[in-house]
Design a protein around this ligand. Sequence first.
Ligand code: GDG
Length: 929
Amino acid sequence: MRRLAALLLAVAAVIWVRRLGPADAASAGGTALALGFTLLGAWIAGDVIRRLHVPRLTGYLLFGVLVGPYLGNVISESMAGQLQVITGVATTLIALIAGLSLNVERLGRRFIAIAYMTGTTLAVAMAGLFTFAWLAWPWLAIAPDAGGAERLVMIALLVLIVASFSPTMTAAVTAETGARGRLSELVLAMVILADLALLVLFSFAMQLARIVFGAGTDNVPVLARFGWEIGGAVAFGALVGALFALYVRYVGREIALVLIAACTLLSQVGTTQEFEPLLAAVAAGLVIENLAVAQGDALKAAVQRAAPPILLIFFVAVGTSLRVDALAIGGLVALAISVCRIAMIRAGVVAGLAVSRLDRTPGEYAWTGLISQAGITLGFASIVAAEFPGWGTNVQMLLVALIAIHELVGPIVFRQGLARAGEIDPHAQRPLLVVSNREPYLHTRSGDGRLVAAPATGGVAVALDALMRERGGVWIAHAAGAADRDVVDASNKVRVPPDHPSYELRRLWIDEPTFSAYYGGFANEGLWPLCHMVDIRPQFRSEDWAAYQAVNVRFAAAIDEELADSDTPVFIQDYHLALVAPALRARRPEARTALFWHIPWPYPDRLRICPWRRELVAGLLANDLLAFQLERDRRNFLLAAEEELGAEIESEASRIGHDGRHTTVISVPIGVDYDRIQGIATDPQLQAEQQRLRTMFGLRADIVGLGVDRLDYTKGIPERLAALDAVLTRVPDLRGRLTFVQIGVPSRSELASYSAIEAEIAEAITDLNARHRVDGGAPAVVYHRSPLGIRSLVALYRMAHFCIVSSLHDGMNLVAKEFVASRDDEDGVLVLSALAGAAQELHDALIINPYDVDGFADALVRAIEMPRAERSARMRAMRRVVAGRNVFSWASDILEGLESLWTKPLHYLTGFPQGDGTGAARGPEDVPV
Ligand code: GDG
């Protein structure tokens, strides 16, 4: 409603300004005011129309059409001159952005196919249009009597201009709808490639026209002129592009201003030196995107900041020149050409698909993105009109009417095409393929033979399960449940979750010796200790390595079978599956994969322990996106890629080039399902659960400490028991009053290193309890060795006065974050190892070094004695951190990051940045990559 009122106000203001009348036309104040109101009105109109599911740019254009005649009355000649310069700069900026959006390498092998598709589409469309124009020449009102070479050259120019497309509109509609997928990617590339070809052909045709009509008084040979116009434009553009890229890379200040300056330079030098300025700008954009600053976030942000006002002016200017009256004069002819153009483009797309062998779906909708025309078409038309005032002006008139039709119809049709191809709704999430060693549900049989589906414990499995419930798709994992075979269908799949089946679980059967060698051997006796700084010697055996390779290949084969279309994101989990991506890529070169490495990545010297480190690093680099928990891990990996493979690290360091492809490497710390934990924590029924646990554990101590861990030597459990021992020795008064509850779920017990740590912990606890026993008092340690449900865990987290996470080394540690998420009472102290990844975020925990027993004990005493006010302040600060980065934002950062590698959305074209006033755009395009 407020927007509508604002729109009415803007329209009224324009009418009011018009009332100032022609007499006031020279008043600069009035003119500026009129322009200001027009822009405001256009902006609001764009926003209003977007609500009707019509592209925002159509709103700008319509507003331009509406106010054009009024505006014309108040614009003085000098103002018109300035406007022309701004429009020139805007057109150049658009061409530069078009160049920036074509990443040749990202299209990979598809690039050649897309080039064929574009060439064929263009050839068919132009041949059809040429035939039409030749036959309908007498009715086209350009120069009906012209014949011979003159007519040929006129038709050639007309066909070239009519065939041209609008990269801006295509990019803008794609960005505005948030469309992602093959169609948007295909159309953007086609439009840019086609316009590049048309620019060259147009320049050539202009040279011919100059000869045929005897225009241009100089005697410069045609080829030299052509070479200057085209070659000079490309060379000049490449130079500006390279300089600009160097500037972004090494100076990087005020990029937005430099961007505008570069566009002005390109536009003005292009005009005065008889270069083709649009070609120069596209060339500059291509150089920047493909050679110099791939993934240039700084540049992207600059365009986002600098482009909207200029583009708004441009679209309103286009709108005002859309001269609906031209439609009245040449309307029927324009309509006929328009119908022919669309039919020919459709025919061209069909032929292009046959030649290029690109997929029919969504390729068949490509024509919908090729309808819009704008800047480049207008630019061509005005060049022809300026050089050949007679017939050229007629061509321009006809084109203005044609553009009016295509500009208004194109975005709407393209939007529908995207919708039909299923790419339109940014919130409609596409199915996902998750791959992990562990399955989210294990089927077993209870004592009475009933089937039971047990969900996997652990935050990540639960979160990925929630994601899959929402998006659907397939999860591929190793079958570990005793009754897993009993429930799968012929293709080894079962629909899960059992209560509400919404995705498929594809089970992989791995025979016993192979599984032990792959999982227990290479993954857990080799990679796990290699990646954690603990005194466990990594074991690397050739037979384990062979099994690891074989199992990874089997996972890849299963992915290949399940991947219906290569656009489906494949999200691979962890160190068990480092070699899946190369095996998959051998079968599906176009697959889109991301891998998250949940554990630390070792520093270079430690990595050298592994005999197959190069294969591992190269395997990981076969992913498109590789994500680590911490910046430190990411840096260590970059070093490994450089040292082991001589891979090329781009100076922005988010990408690694190796073996002819690129991998983006990011750090995205994992989070917990904050809302779910919060929901459990605030459930009034939780008290009953607490009571149950108190009874079960015989808990009667005043002070309760808590530790929740997989029984793993990396978790620092003996070290925490030693610190507790020191506390109880130092403060005997705490004996009988303090109980530490240790939940320790056995894992990988078949490995010697794990059974050893289990025995060590059990012995230490028995010893501790014996030495600090007080008659009638509470035991020092309660040890529970089987898994609890999440409700029980939350109940415990809320009962604890302090929680200890004392890892010797840990990728993140979810227990630390779960404890914080459970404490909406803002109480409880987290004692956290500096060597756990979580310490990088939870600065308000009491940070300890598990190797320093005395310092650790001091921290425990401090935790026990900490005043309530300090506990609250610390917990409040930590809760802000944990709430701000939950497990869903972790997953979507990775998946959005993966998808954005193909569609770098030009969201700066969709209007002014909205929202928080910081100028930062929001929405699905916003990814930290
Ligand atoms: C790796 C990295 C990284 C534990 N006992 C029970 C239970 N748990 C759940 C906890 C927590 C999870 O297990 C353990 O979290 P960690 O973070 O310690 O996980 P790791 O297994 O070491 O896994 C680690 C993690 O991946 C995620 O990226 O943080 O650094 O080593 O969620 O709650 N859950 C239930 N009952 C139990 O008895 N339900």
